[in-house]
Design a protein around this ligand. Structure first.
Ligand code: SF4
Length: 440
């Protein structure tokens, strides 16, 4: 039997896609292995959001290829963005975009049979890819489900509209069927995924034509999912600030299983930079939405994304970003140096910022974000909260789980198998990236 090994890079949507790929490969009779040396089919599912992603994939192909390797398949956003270049790396047999993963077993079989040694499949969206989620798909206690993909916002730094394509929403019935299947197979926590989940439009499946919101907006989808038997926690990511509505805030006030923690990327605290980024909102509009969220749902917490060193960013612009971080008090955030992506407008803008300045600003921003994260961790000491235990810890008897705010909680127990179980925990100590507690 042929065995395959998958290495996944990048975002949660890539993790989701990789799970589907594993299940459709298993359905087609291939066996998954966790050791690349046991595999004759190596699959690399890639991310192109940052610079040098392709080089990293190529060097990892070199590291993982062995005498056993018969097929190397590279999927996801790198081949979609670099379709003209991808085969300059001679060891790649199959290059497939994020909309063609359902064809992978067919492509692999063609290479194995000797029919061809090169396949390029970077076609635009095949909606049927979502209907290929494999009879062999297993479910862990926490699962991702894509509800929306692609983006029409064209932020000037971002490659996603060119790799994942135009915005489209999956039909409600398909989403509900997939989640029901995952719940029946043991999932308890579901994270709904999309580049802009809150622009979900179930009345215009597949191609979001920007018509006025119909009856199946994101809030209604949340209600429908939350009503499913067996669901204990519901999360979603990512949201665009301009599509955060009062309706969505009110869902948080009314749906018990919906966590009080929302990721709302802002990227910069400077209105001038937000305009150059084509983000479609000002800092004030963003902060006003967060404050309204807090009024409607007291206790809600936020995380965000930041880019430092966007072209022309001045010290004053950067100061505005630091001030925004202090004002909002994020529970955590992802922060990066601006990385020019070929084909995006920002890559050719005047005023590119030297790397040493980007590095200094990133370090200053991260120390501010770390202060905020530490303060949030300290604020829950003494509180009792429900934790979903995810995995074994580094030490004997240790388990690590997540509370509703995605804070990592470490506990000790002699119980042999707590993974995938919800437990009440009293938080006793706070650290930078986690808290420690005692099982009640
Ligand atoms: S909203 Fe902007 S940053 Fe997010 S995926 Fe779309 S273009 Fe990229």
């Amino acid at each position: 039997m042929h065995r395959f090994f998958i290495e996944t890079y990048g975002c949660q949507m890539n993790v989701y896609d990789s799970n589907i790929i594993a299940s459709i490969m298993a359905d087609a009779g291939f066996e998954r292995t966790c050791h690349s040396s046991d595999a004759d089919i190596l699959i690399f599912y890639t991310c192109n959001v940052r610079e040098k992603a392709a080089q990293r994939v190529f060097s990892n192909i070199n590291l993982l290829r062995s005498a056993n390797t018969k097929v190397v398949a590279v999927g996801g956003c790198v081949p979609q963005a670099e379709k003209d270049e991808i085969f300059r790396y001679k060891h790649i047999n199959i290059a497939f975009g994020p909309h063609a993963y359902h064809m992978l077993p067919t492509h692999v079989s063609r290479v194995l049979s000797g029919e061809t040694d090169r396949v390029l499949d970077v076609t635009p969206l095949h909606p049927q890819k979502f209907n290929c989620c494999g009879a062999e798909r297993t479910a862990s206690h926490s699962e991702f489900v894509t509800i929306q993909e692609g983006c029409d916002n064209y932020c000037t730094y971002c490659i996603v509209p060119y790799t994942r394509g135009k915005e489209y929403s999956r039909p409600v019935a398909d989403i509900i069927a997939e989640i029901k299947m995952l719940l029946a197979r043991g999932a308890q926590e579901i994270t709904l995924l999309g580049q802009n989940v809150n622009s979900y439009d179930g009345d215009a499946p597949y191609i979001n034509i920007r018509k006025p919101r119909g009856t199946w907006n994101f809030g209604r989808l949340l209600q429908e999912v939350a009503a499913l038997d067996g669901l204990r926690r519901l999360r979603y990511t990512t949201s665009h600030p301009k599509d955060i509505t009062t309706d969505l805030m009110e869902q948080h006030a009314h749906i018990d299983v919906l966590v009080p923690f929302v990721h709302i990327p802002v990227q910069s605290g400077s209105d001038r930079i937000l305009k150059l980024m084509n983000r479609g909102h000002t800092t004030k509009e963003y902060v006003d939405k967060l404050m309204a969220f807090r009024d409607i749902c007291p206790g809600i917490q936020f995380s965000s994304d930041f880019i430092v060193g966007f072209p022309t960013e001045t010290e004053d612009d950067f100061e505005d970003t630091l001030n925004l971080v202090k004002e909002v008090g994020y529970l955590n955030a992802y922060s990066f140096k601006y990385s020019p992506r070929n084909g995006t407008p920002a890559a050719t803008m005047d005023g590119q910022i030297p790397d040493d300045i980007k590095a200094r600003r990133l370090s200053m921003l991260q120390s501010e974000l770390m202060k905020s994260q530490r303060a949030h961790n300290e604020a829950i000491v003494g509180k009792m909260m429900e934790v979903l235990l995810d995995k074994a810890g580094k030490k004997d008897r240790q388990y690590v789980g997540k509370n509703v705010y995605m804070q990592s909680v470490v506990v000790e127990s002699d119980d042999a198998d707590l993974i995938g179980k919800f437990r009440m925990v009293i938080i006793e100590r706070a650290f930078q990236n986690s808290v420690a507690g005692r099982l009640v």
